[in-house]
Design a protein around this ligand. Structure first.
Ligand SMILES: [Fe+2]
Ligand SMILES: [Fe+2]
Length: 414
C-alpha cells in the first residue's frame, strides 16, 4: 500500500490529471481501463480497496474490484468477474450516489447518523471478515453531466496502514479524474460493441461464433496471458499493455470466416479434404483484414487470426506465409515458439470454449474431460507453459464462463 502523499500544488495536480488522462487514452479494452481508473483513484486517495460500477439498462452493473487486504499485487481473482447489478436508488450507497450525482464521503461506515439519506450494508464485512471504515463514493459523470458509473473507494490509510478518513486532497482531485474516466470508458464500450457487431456479421454466417463465445475467448485469453506473464516474470508495463490488446484482438480470431462460402461454412456433414482446405483459409482471410495497418492492435489481431490453428508440435495450419498479404501457398506449419505467443494462448482458449459449449453435433463436455484432454495435449497441440497458466487460474476461467454464459438474456447477442 502506498503511503498518502503530500497534496500537490495546482500545477502539479493538473499535470497529474493530464498524465492519467493520457495513460487512459492509450488503453483499448474496457476492463483494462476500469482496472487503471481504480488503480489511479486508489493511489491518489491511498485507499485499500475500490470497486467500480457502470450504468447499464437503468441499473448499476458491477465492473471491477481491487482489494489489497485480500489479494496480492498482480493476482487476478474470480471476484473481478462477479456478475450482479444494483438499482439506482437509496437502497445502497453506490445506488444513492448514482441517483443523486453527488459524491458521498463517509468517515466511519459504522458510525453513520441514523438520519443519513442512505444506510451502510455490512453484509460484505460479515461474510468476509473485512472491516470497512472510511468510504468515498463518487459518480463518474460524462461531459454532458449524466452519471455513467460510480467509483467507491474504501479505507484510506495513514502511513502506518491504519484506516483514516479520506483527505481533502482526495475529495478535490478525484472528481476531476471522473470525467477523464468517463470519456475513456465510453470509448472502450464503443470498441467492444463495434467488435461484437462485426462478429455478429460473422455469426450470421457461422452460428457457432457467437458474441458470447468471442467475449469469453477474449477474457480467457487476457487472463491466461496475465498468469503466463506473471509466471515468466514479464515486466509490468509490457504485461499490462499486452493484456489490454489481447482481449480485444482475441475476439477477432475467426473474423476471416466472413470470406468462406455458406456451402462450406454451413455444411451439415463432415468437410471433404478439398472443402477443408478452403475452410483453413479463414486464418489467412482474417489476417489480410489487418495487413495494411500500423496499429499494434491490428498487428496482434492479424497474428492471432493467422496463427490460432497452429499447433505447438507443428501439425496445425495454415503454415508459414511472408506476411498476411502473401498469396502463395503457405509453407510448412509453424511450431513451438515460432507461433506468436498470443496465438498460442487463443488456440487454447478457443478449443476450451468449443469443447465446453453445446454444438449441433455434441453436448458440452464436462470440465474433468476437458482438463484431461488439455493435459494430454500439453506439449502436443498446446504450449506447455500456456496449459500450466490456464490450469492455475481455472477458478477465474470458470467465473468468466458463468459471467458470459450463452443463454443469459442480453449476453448471447453481445
Ligand atoms: Fe478459427
Ligand atoms: Fe472460435
Amino acid at each position: 500500500m502506498q503511503p498518502t502523499h503530500p497534496a500537490p500544488d495546482g500545477a502539479g495536480l493538473l499535470r497529474e490529471i493530464l498524465a492519467i488522462n493520457e495513460s487512459l487514452s492509450r488503453l483499448k479494452d474496457l476492463d483494462a481501463i476500469l482496472d487503471r481508473v481504480l488503480a489511479e483513484s486508489r493511489r491518489i486517495a491511498g485507499a485499500d480497496a475500490g470497486t467500480i460500477y457502470l450504468v447499464e439498462n437503468g441499473r448499476l452493473r458491477f465492473g471491477y474490484v481491487h482489494n489489497d487486504t485480500f489479494n496480492r499485487e498482480g493476482d487476478v481473482t474470480r471476484d473481478v468477474y462477479a456478475d450482479f447489478t444494483l438499482p439506482i436508488d437509496s437502497t445502497s450507497i453506490v445506488g444513492h450516489v448514482a441517483a443523486t450525482g453527488q459524491p458521498l464521503d463517509i468517515a466511519d461506515a459504522y458510525a453513520m447518523p441514523p438520519d443519513a439519506p442512505v444506510a451502510f450494508n455490512p453484509d460484505f464485512d460479515r461474510r468476509t471478515g473485512y472491516r470497512t471504515t472510511s468510504m468515498l463514493t463518487l459518480p463518474v459523470t460524462t461531459s454532458q453531466g449524466t452519471v455513467s458509473g460510480v467509483i467507491q473507494l474504501i479505507n484510506a490509510k495513514d502511513d502506518a496502514g491504519r484506516p483514516v478518513p479520506f483527505s481533502a486532497q482526495a475529495r478535490t482531485v478525484l472528481p476531476l479524474l471522473s470525467t477523464a474516466a468517463s470519456v475513456a470508458i465510453e470509448r472502450a464500450i464503443m470498441t467492444r460493441e463495434l467488435i461484437l457487431r462485426m462478429m455478429q456479421m460473422a455469426e450470421l454466417r457461422d452460428p457457432s461464433e457467437t458474441g458470447a463465445h468471442v467475449t469469453r475467448v477474449g477474457a480467457y485469453s487476457a487472463e491466461i496471458y496475465h498468469k503466463y506473464a506473471m509466471m515468466q516474470g514479464i515486466d509490468e508495463t509490457l504485461r499490462k499493455k499486452t493484456k489490454d490488446l489481447i482481449r480485444v484482438a482475441a475476439m477477432l480470431h475467426d473474423v476471416g470466416k466472413v470470406g468462406i462460402s455458406d456451402r462450406i461454412l454451413k455444411k451439415p456433414a463432415r468437410l471433404d479434404p478439398e472443402e477443408f482446405a478452403v475452410m483453413r483459409m479463414h486464418t489467412v482471410f482474417g489476417a489480410r483484414l489487418f495487413a495494411n495497418s500500423t496499429s499494434e492492435l491490428d498487428a496482434m489481431s492479424g497474428r492471432i487470426a493467422l496463427n490460432h490453428h497452429e499447433k505447438w508440435n507443428g501439425t496445425g495450419y495454415p503454415g508459414h506465409l511472408d506476411g498476411p498479404a502473401d498469396t502463395r501457398p503457405p509453407g510448412p506449419p509453424r511450431a513451438g515458439a515460432q507461433i506468436p505467443l498470443e496465438a498460442r494462448i487463443v488456440a487454447l482458449a478457443d478449443v476450451f470454449d468449443a469443447l465446453g459449449s453445446r454444438r449441433s453435433y455434441k453436448a458440452p463436455w464436462p470440465d474433468e474431460k476437458i482438463i484431461d484432454l488439455l493435459r494430454s495435449e500439453r506439449g502436443a497441440h498446446f504450449d506447455p507453459d500456456v496449459v500450466d497458466a490456464f490450469l492455475d487460474i481455472f477458478d477465474v476461467i470458470a467465473a468468466i464462463r458463468d459471467k458470459y454464459a450463452e443463454d443469459k438474456p442480453g449476453q448471447a447477442d453481445g
